[in-house]
Write a protein that binds this ligand. Structure first.
Ligand code: PEP
Ligand code: MN
Length: 363
């Protein structure tokens, strides 16, 4: 994929680029109230769910095409641009007929390559930006695959929305962020716009600020934040929507750093420190290589003496002492414990190879 950094055109260089608006379009009054407040705050792309994918039947599933009538009125009144979720080829067709400005594919759709392909086919020859939310399960390939399908349909203005991943485990947030997944996507495609969706990660208003800040610290291009004039009484996602005033406060409090700086002093200092880190990394690798040589030698002794590779007491001693040594150097306990688990796994792998080498095949 040859993706151009297209978002700067529509964001007019604003950082972060913000898409805000209600989870669902509920009434013309609701849409107008949000649109006017957002416009006052310099935001001119508004989200509004027309069709809502809901987990259980008999929940509010969006007003469907009726909502387009309201959107039309609000557009005429405020010049607001609109973004909606499409989940089928029919949705695409209707949204295009209504001249919706940006489309996005929801998390429950991204998981299904057949549906994504149908949507991609319906988008052939269309000149609208399309954003793809991550799939609900933590799988980068599925996310990337959906983006590729849209791109191959000829949509060059394609981007990604990170809304977090479902997990069976109870956790602080409604969806686990697993930040390394969107960051891998970003490192493969640096110009692919990456938008954070702190509302769906958080599930709760009070966490939206910290998640938005984290997204900014990681260099995300934009944020999509659910905004409703009366969040408590919203027909969907009531606990995670912000009032327009709360959104304004959140954006004012957000610390937005530049990706890089041309300041010569900064660049020189950074280079000097990175050079030191490069040298230390080389030393770390030399030390690891020396350690693994000793591990191999022990493997030979274990083989000669017919002793098991895994020695419980030794492992217990390592996993207890190393994090404590680390703590004395102000290193995080869990970090050192994790690191030594990886080192120990590799030691076991090396020794297992040695013990099994030249052993006659018994089968
Ligand atoms: C939404 O944006 O309201 C929505 C349903 O999101 P997701 O696809 O991330 O669950
Ligand atoms: Mn929602």
């Amino acid at each position: 994929m040859d993706i151009k950094p297209w978002l700067t055109e529509i964001s007019k260089g604003k950082q972060p680029f913000v898409i805000a608006g209600p989870c669902s379009a509920e009434s013309p009054e609701q849409l107008l109230a949000v649109a006017m407040a957002l416009k006052n705050n310099g935001i001119d792309l508004m989200r509004a769910g027309v069709w809502k994918p809901r987990t259980r039947p008999n929940s509010f599933e969006g007003y469907g095409p009726k909502a387009f009538e309201w959107i039309k009125v609000v557009k005429a009144h405020t010049q607001m641009r609109f973004a909606i979720e499409v989940a089928t080829a029919d949705h695409v067709e209707l949204a295009l007929k209504e001249d919706i400005d940006l489309l996005w594919i929801g998390a429950r759709t991204t998981v299904n390559p057949f549906t994504v392909q149908e949507i991609a086919d319906a988008l052939k020859g269309v000149n609208k930006p399309v954003l793809v939310k991550n799939p609900i399960n933590p799988e980068l390939a599925l996310w990337l695959g959906a983006i590729e399908r849209i791109y191959k349909a000829g949509i060059k203005r394609v981007g990604a929305i990170h809304r977090g991943f479902s997990s069976y485990q109870q956790s602080k947030y409604r969806n686990q962020p697993y930040w390394q997944i969107p960051l891998s996507l970003k490192s493969q495609f640096p110009d692919l716009p990456l938008i954070g969706d702190p509302s769906h990660i958080a599930g709760k208003r009070s966490f939206i600020q910290e998640i938005s800040q984290k997204a900014m610290d990681l260099g995300y291009d934009g944020l999509m934040i659910e905004t409703h004039p009366d969040p408590e009484n919203a027909l969907s996602d009531a606990q995670q929507q912000l009032t327009p005033a709360a959104l304004e406060q959140l954006l004012a409090d957000l610390r937005v750093s530049k990706r890089s700086s041309n300041n010569t002093l900064f660049v020189n200092q950074l280079e000097g420190l990175r050079e030191k880190i490069d040298n230390l990394d080389q030393e770390l690798i030399d030390t690891l290589a020396t350690r693994m040589k000793l591990v191999e030698k022990i493997g030979e002794y274990k083989k000669d003496n017919n002793v098991t590779v895994f020695q419980l007491e030794r492992w217990q001693e390592i996993i207890q002492s190393r994090p404590e040594w680390g703590q004395k150097q102000s290193l995080n306990y869990d970090f050192i414990a994790e690191l030594f688990k990886i080192i120990h796994d590799e030691s076991i792998r090396l020794q297992t190879d040695i013990v099994n080498k030249d052993t006659p095949n018994k089968s």
